[in-house]
Design a protein around this ligand. Structure first.
Ligand code: GDP
Ligand code: MG
Length: 312
C-alpha cells in the first residue's frame, strides 16, 4: 500500500484545544496546556507514524500546533501570529478546531479568513463534544453555519481530552495526504530542543499558579542545563515586566517561587529521566512583550539560526 505523508497545521481560536489534540494524537506531552487563552506561543511540531494494518493506510503525519488566531496588540502577539503563518506555509492540510461548548461564537470570521486565504484543504473538528453530554443534535446548526462559510473536506466531532473520534480522524488525515517520503526518523517525535521543553514546563506551572495578567507577562529562559549521570542541573530565569509582578512571583518568603519550582521539577524529572536540581531566578524587563528584539531572543528557532551564523 502507498505511503502517505505530509504537514498538517492545527488552527483555531485560543483555547479551542489545539495543544490537547497534538498531545493526544502523538501520545506524548509535547505542548503545554492550560485553561487560560494564549498558552502556546510558538509553533510546535509533533510526528505520528501510522504503521498501517488491514484497513488503516500507512503514513507519517507531521502535525503543527500553533498559537491561537487573534488580533495582536504587542510584539509578542505579532510574533505568535507569524508562527501561525509559518506553520500554514507548505502545509498539506489544515485542521480547523473549534470549541463547541464555548460561550463565544465559534464561527469566527478572523479564523475563517485565514483558512480561506490559505487555499489548503481543511477539515473542521468539532471539539469538546464530551461537554455536550449526549445533546449531539446541538451540533447540527453549528455544522450548517460552517458549511455556509467554507467548503470543508470533512467535518468530524471529537473530544481531544477524552480521545474520542481520534482514530477516525487520523485515518482521514492520512487518506487526505499525498504520497510522500518519511520526513522524520520514526523514533523522532518532535524538533523541539529539550531546553525549550523544560522552559515551557516551567511556564506551564506559572500559568497554573498565578492569575490575572501574570501568565501573559512572563516568559522563561533556561540559562544552564548540565547533564550528569544521575542528576540534571538546570537554572532558569523567569522574566516579568514590573517589580510588583516580581513580588507576586517570588511570594512571601519565596513561597510562590518554591511552589512553581517544585511542580516544574516533578514534570522535568519525567522528561529527562534523572533527578533534577532546579534553580529559578526572577528578573524584570519592563514591557518585554513590546520589544521585538527580546521576543526574538526567546524563540529557540532564531537562537539556533544565530548559533549557526545565519543571523536572524
Ligand atoms: P489551545 O489554546 O487551543 O492550545 O487549547 P488547550 O489545548 O491549551 O486547551 C484549552 C483548555 O481546553 C484546557 O483546559 C483543556 O484541558 C481543555 N480541553 C481541550 N480539549 C478538550 C476536550 O475535548 N474536552 C474538554 N472538556 N476540554 C478540553
Ligand atoms: Mg495551545
Amino acid at each position: 500500500m502507498a505511503f502517505h505523508s505530509g504537514f498538517v497545521c492545527i488552527l483555531g481560536l485560543p483555547n479551542a484545544g489545539k495543544s490537547t489534540l497534538l498531545n493526544a494524537l502523538v501520545g506524548e506531552k509535547l505542548a503545554i496546556i492550560s485553561p487560560k487563552p494564549q498558552t502556546t506561543r510558538n509553533r510546535i511540531l509533533g510526528v505520528i507514524n501510522s504503521g498501517g494494518g488491514k484497513r488503516k493506510p500507512k503514513g507519517q503525519v507531521i502535525l503543527i500546533d500553533t498559537p491561537g488566531v487573534h488580533t495582536p496588540d504587542s510584539s509578542l502577539g505579532r510574533k505568535m501570529m507569524s508562527e501561525v503563518r509559518d506553520a500554514l506555509e507548505g502545509s498539506h492540510l489544515i485542521l480547523l478546531i473549534v470549541d463547541v461548548a464555548a460561550r463565544h461564537n465559534p464561527v469566527d470570521p478572523l479564523v475563517l479568513d485565514v483558512v480561506t486565504k490559505a487555499k489548503t484543504p481543511a477539515f473542521l473538528l468539532l471539539n469538546k463534544i464530551d461537554l455536550l453530554r449526549g445533546n449531539k443534535e446541538k451540533l447540527l446548526p453549528l455544522m450548517e453555519r460552517f458549511r455556509e462559510a467554507h467548503s470543508f473536506r470533512q467535518t468530524i466531532p471529537i473530544s481531544a481530552r477524552k480521545r474520542e473520534g481520534l482514530d477516525l480522524l487520523l485515518g482521514k488525515i492520512i487518506e487526505a495526504l499525498p504520497e510522500g517520503p518519511h520526513y522524520f526518523d520514526s523514533d523522532q517525535l518532535t524538533d523541539q530542543p529539550l531546553r525549550f521543553m523544560v522552559a515551557e514546563a516551567i511556564r506551564e506551572q506559572i500559568m497554573f499558579a498565578t492569575s490575572e495578567e501574570l501568565p501573559y507577562t512572563t516568559s522563561v529562559v533556561v540559562e544552564e542545563f548540565k547533564e550528569e549521570p544521575r542528576l540534571t542541573r538546570i537554572a532558569a530565569v523567569i522574566y516579568c515586566e514590573r517589580e510588583g509582578q516580581k513580588r507576586i512571583l517570588v511570594g512571601k518568603g519565596g513561597s510562590m517561587l518554591k511552589k512553581i519550582g517544585t511542580a516544574a521539577r516533578l514534570q522535568i524529572e519525567k522528561m529527562v529521566d534523572t533527578k533534577v536540581y532546579l534553580e529559578l531566578f526572577v528578573k524584570v524587563v519592563p514591557n518585554w512583550r513590546d520589544s521585538g528584539h527580546f521576543v526574538d531572543e526567546l524563540d529557540w528557532r532564531s537562537q539556533l539560526n544565530r548559533l549557526a551564523g545565519k543571523g536572524s
